[in-house]
Design a protein around this ligand. Structure first.
Ligand SMILES: Nc1ncnc2c1ncn2[C@@H]1O[C@H](COP(=O)(O)OP(=O)(O)OP(=O)(O)O)[C@@H](O)[C@H]1O
Length: 718
């Protein structure tokens, strides 16, 4: 179009030759472009134009006043990024508000999901010096890029002169310009290398810092937080989202800064060329930006949905691969494939929708910018006709506005990346800003010599945070005397494990209080409680994929080798560990996959015993074992239970006969309590359970015998 315009100028001759020649500097400075082909086409056209002009018009000295000074460029270059940073909504990038995210659970304080600039600043601040250096280098490279076309223009002038006059030595005339150009190319290359290295350095360090902070904050979240989320989704935030954010950050600084500098510089040129036309542009552009903001808002919402869908797909893959043995055992490969395919299909639909949105955005912005050029030409043409603007100025204005257009186009390409980056950042910072309701540490603790291990649940009611309407425990009262074994039995889903979870303070009761030696658990330091007071052995012990030694030491990080051996002996594990060629250095495989169920359980017992807990919770610890393993493990458990307050959760009633007290739970309440003999004699629910277990018939709430009139009468106090 520009070439065409030049030709029109020559043919129609409405432009005074003097003004056209005065275009020299503005034209070349404005043509600074990433598109070399376009630049060289323009250069050729200008050279052609110039030689034709020389043939038709008298030579005129170039005007100098309209060349933007270096200060204008620097000012523009600094303004652009500042505006981008401060008011992203004013720009075509980073322009929309985040959608409010409705959390699926209500325990933790969830901050609204806007991009958290405060946290971003926290991670950026340590790198400000390097970032400043990178910005200076990038601006330097951009400013050199502005100078290069000027020199190229002069070189073209020499070529044109030599072609026309065939006088003098082309080599000697062009040598100094060529050398200057070579030096500028070299410096520009160095500057580009410098700012890219710096950005990579900053980006990588920020990514590491963000991952560490996010991981650390995730580990601190309430158990309820994990109830409501899939591991794959959390891992995706740690990996994909941080990666996406880092890439966008680097791209915005490198490509975005360059384009913004160019836009700002050209805007300075434009306002110097024609304040009137610039004013018109200044009116039209915000209107276009308004439309862009609206579209951007929708696109951002889509981008967020897209990423959440990706996280869901990752979650499905993670679950299937993590539980591959179960999948194989049930021959569910096909079904898992289908589930994953369905999630991927969801990803594809969302991504395509997003792609269409971004494409439409870019298409519309192209139309808008082209219309702006056309409009400028018409309005500028009428100004020229009214002698309010010279033809040369109009030409410069068009070239400069073209450069603005190209830079804006490049910014609109950046837009998609920035939208993705911002929403990835929003997702990362969202979980970083979460604060758990139950802190990991803080509060008082009971000195060892005063610690007895007396536990009391007093009128406890509880609903899981992710199922608030469903009361699992209702006015539940129970006492666990120090050094005694209390067994919890009852129908499946009656709330036995929930009692253990409250004792570990994985959750806080909705009403009532859980006390240790008369102290409300909420006033005690949770990490002291879990780390030193309560030992927990579950039905499915989870081991880490490291050595046996490390796994046992997980219970007490500072334990000596001797303490590890002692705990293993107490747990009946020393013998089998010693029989392995690598002994305690045997690596157990992922989740202990290379060990038998009984061996895993004994390692879990050793891990719990090494911290010498005052209170021990055994949640169906032997129910997954065969008779022989159960015997060995039970032996270890009996030994471990001596002198401790023990809460045994059991399905197989035969394993709890010897308990000091058996508490039967049903519908979240204590149904009855007493010793084995007392309960049998009573002929209530326990007797029914014993009878049904003998017949191998499960008890459901529908088959519960008549409830005692007041369950509180069944409260068992020692
Ligand atoms: N993390 C959780 N989030 C929401 N509801 C839960 C959660 N864990 C358990 N529940 C629900 O709480 C109720 C009590 O579960 P709990 O595991 O305490 O029962 P239980 O008596 O230990 O059962 P079982 O003997 O089968 O292990 C059940 O209805 C269960 O669906």
């Amino acid at each position: 179009m520009l070439v065409h315009l030049f030709r029109v100028g020559i043919r129609g001759g409405p432009f005074p030759g003097r003004s056209l020649l005065s275009l020299r500097f503005q034209t070349f400075s404005a043509v600074r472009s990433q598109d070399d082909r376009l630049s060289s086409t323009l250069l050729r056209a200008v050279a052609q134009l110039r030689s034709q002009l020389r043939a038709h018009l008298p030579r005129a000295p170039p005007t100098r006043s309209r060349i933007p000074s270096a200060w204008c460029w620097v000012g523009g270059a600094l303004l652009g990024p500042t505006v981008l940073c401060k008011r992203p909504c004013l720009c075509l990038v980073a322009l929309c508000e985040a959608e409010k995210f409705s959390p699926t659970f209500s325990t933790a304080h969830v901050v609204e999901s806007r991009f958290n600039w405060k946290l971003f600043w926290h991670f950026l601040r340590p790198h400000l010096l390097l970032l400043g250096a990178a910005i200076v280098l990038a601006l330097g490279a951009a400013l050199i890029n502005v100078q290069i076309p000027l020199l190229l223009g002069q070189l073209v002038e020499i070529v044109a002169k030599y072609t026309r006059d065939h006088m003098g030595s082309f080599t000697s005339e062009s040598r100094s310009l060529g050398t200057q150009l070579l030096i500028l190319y070299g410096i520009q290359g160095l500057l580009t290398f410098g700012y890219l290295v710096l950005l990579s350095h900053i980006g990588e360090r920020m990514a590491v810092d963000m991952r560490r902070a996010l991981f650390s904050n995730l580990l601190r979240q309430d158990i309820a937080f994990f109830d409501a989320r899939k591991t794959g989704q959390l891992v995706s935030r740690l990996t994909t989202d941080v990666q996406e954010f880092k890439s966008s950050f680097k791209l915005v600084i490198s490509q975005g800064l360059r384009s913004c500098t160019q836009v700002a510089g050209c805007l300075v040129s434009l306002s110097m060329l024609s304040p009137r036309l610039t004013l018109l542009l200044a009116i039209v552009t915000p209107a276009l930006m308004g439309v862009g903001t609206l579209m951007g808002s929708g696109l951002r919402k889509l981008s967020r949905q897209c990423q959440e869908q990706i996280a869901r797909a990752t979650g499905v893959a993670d679950e299937a691969l993590g539980n591959v043995r179960t999948v194989r055992a049930f021959a569910m490969e096909q079904r898992e494939e289908e589930r994953y395919r369905a999630e991927l299909e969801g990803c594809r639909c969302k991504a395509e929708e997003l792609g269409r949105g971004v494409a439409m955005f870019q298409g519309l912005s192209n139309i808008a910018f082209n219309c702006m050029v056309l409009g400028t030409l018409f309005i500028g043409g009428s100004l020229v006709a009214g002698q309010q603007l010279t033809g040369g100025d109009l030409m410069s204005f068009l070239v400069a506005s073209q450069t603005v257009q190209r830079s804006m186009a490049s910014l609109s390409v950046l837009f998609g990346q920035v939208v993705r980056g911002l929403s990835a950042g929003t997702r990362v910072f969202e979980y970083m800003a979460l604060s758990p309701c139950i802190p990991l540490s803080g509060g008082c603790y009971i000195p060892k010599k005063h610690l007895c291990g007396s536990i009391k649940f007093q009128n406890v009611s509880f609903s899981y945070p992710c199922r608030p309407g469903f009361e699992v425990l209702k006015d539940f009262t129970l006492t666990l005397p120090p050094g005694k074994i209390v067994a919890l039995v009852g129908q499946s889903g009656g709330g036995k494990t929930t009692v253990a979870s409250l004792l570990e303070r994985f959750y806080d009761p909705t009403a009532g209080v859980v006390m240790l030696d008369g102290h409300d658990l909420r006033t005690l330091d949770p990490s002291w409680l879990r780390g030193q007071v309560v030992g927990f052995i579950s039905q499915e012990p989870v081991l880490f994929g490291t050595t046996i030694m490390e796994n046992i030491r997980f219970g007490k990080a500072e334990a000596s080798d001797e303490e590890v051996y002692a705990a293993a002996r107490e747990a009946n594990a020393h013998e089998f560990i010693s029989s392995f060629p690598e002994g305690y250095n045997t690596v157990v495989g992922e989740r202990g996959a290379t060990l038998s169920g009984g061996q895993k359980q004994r390692l879990a017992i050793a891990r719990a015993l090494i911290k010498q807990p005052t209170v021990l919770i055994l949640d169906e610890a032997t129910s997954a074992l065969d008779a022989e393993s159960e015997r060995v493990v039970q032996e270890a458990l009996d030994r471990a239970s001596t002198g401790r307050t023990v809460l045994v959760i059991a399905h197989r009633l035969s394993t709890v006969r010897a308990a000091h007290c058996i508490v039967v739970m049903a519908n979240g309440q204590v149904w009855e309590a007493g010793t084995h003999e007392e309960l049998l004699k009573k002929g209530g629910l326990y007797a029914e359970l014993i009878r049904r277990q003998a017949l191998d018939t499960p008890l459901t709430s529908a088959t519960l015998p008549e409830k005692p009139e007041d369950p509180r009468n069944c409260k068992h106090e020692f």
